[in-house]
Design a protein. Structure first.
Length: 128
């Protein structure tokens, strides 16, 4: 499971902005932009990824002071099971001895989350 939080996205966006600024300050970039009237491939990559993170922030609301976890959709059932164990709703390993319909459980809880896409993977972020 790829563990990401909104803090990771903020950090990544800051790194990309610094790289973009450094790229734009090079003579090679300036020459390329004058010649082709567009940014270099690296600059376009940085701009695209910054925009992707900005779009996520617009979708879920300004990134909060506390980090929100991004849960891969493929790991949502495992995430819910862990959350229920931590909350004392079920005991650890309970799903080994009883049958829990995790698909229905996931469907029931999806309304509490917003689905976003980041780097081609879908994630759930808790609605607060």
């Amino acid at each position: 499971m790829r563990q990401l939080t909104t803090d990771d996205l903020i950090e990544r966006r800051n790194e990309l902005r610094a790289k973009l600024e450094k790229e734009r300050s090079t003579q090679e970039y300036k020459d390329y932009e004058i010649r082709y009237s567009e940014p270099t491939g690296d600059a376009m990559y940085y701009e695209y990824n910054i925009e992707e993170i900005d779009n996520i922030e617009n979708e879920i609301g300004k990134f909060p002071d506390i980090a929100y976890q991004l849960i891969p959709v493929s790991d949502f059932a495992d995430y819910l099971e862990g959350m229920f164990v931590d909350a004392g709703i079920i005991s650890k390993g309970a799903s080994n001895i009883i049958v829990i319909d995790w698909e229905s459980t996931c469907e029931k809880h999806e309304d509490d989350y917003t689905m976003i896409e980041y780097e081609g993977e879908n994630y759930y972020v808790r609605n607060y």
